[in-house]
Design a protein around this ligand. Sequence first.
Ligand SMILES: Cc1cc2nc3c(=O)[nH]c(=O)nc-3n(C[C@H](O)[C@H](O)[C@H](O)COP(=O)(O)O)c2cc1C
Length: 199
Amino acid sequence: MKILVINGSYREDGVTDSAITCAVDELKLGGHEIEQVVLRDTPIEFCLNCRHCMQEPGEGPGSCVQDDDMTAIIERIESADAYILAAPVNFGSVTAVFKRFMERLSGYGYWPAGQPYPLLRKDKVSPKKKALIVSSCAAPGLLDRMVFGSVRQLKNTAHLIGAKPVGVVFVGYADKASSAGLRKRQVGELLESAHRLVA
Ligand SMILES: Cc1cc2nc3c(=O)[nH]c(=O)nc-3n(C[C@H](O)[C@H](O)[C@H](O)COP(=O)(O)O)c2cc1C
């Protein structure tokens, strides 16, 4: 299978990178092909909110008026079989680079003028692709579920591109983990979720 990783961490070899590497190494051992989009190294423009990409009906994402790397990213999203979507918590939310990426996925919505809310183009597509969600924060992990929005935002991104989350790995107390030092339980969760992704 072809797995596309979207990495919204700012830090090379930080907690998010370590978690991704753990899952990716396992998937490579299983013979799966991995593609990675590291958002910190991928300059894309902000969404213009013009809704051009949302006007035409259809299952495929609408095209953007901007000419940048997002076109190639969407092609990679469309051709991938499954996803790893990852971003740490910054000020209670996914990072700004991941949020910018999310907003540029507007073409996955159909929202013509006069319609009160957008419809998700991939909503009725079946079977769904699968997604693994990875996030981390300095606070206890439970707090993210209760207060912060990163997991919800990453799950929403999965739904938007037509994928069903099959695993959530959250590294809480991230400051206590050394960059390479995921805890044993988290490594176990990552390996198990990686297997679920390609099952
Ligand atoms: C600017 C900034 C804002 C942050 N905001 C939060 C936050 O709201 N809640 C939290 O628990 N941790 C917060 N953190 C901690 C990060 O989520 C945590 O260190 C995370 O593991 C970083 O991921 P990385 O190792 O992939 O860079 C913040 C860190 C920074 C630098």
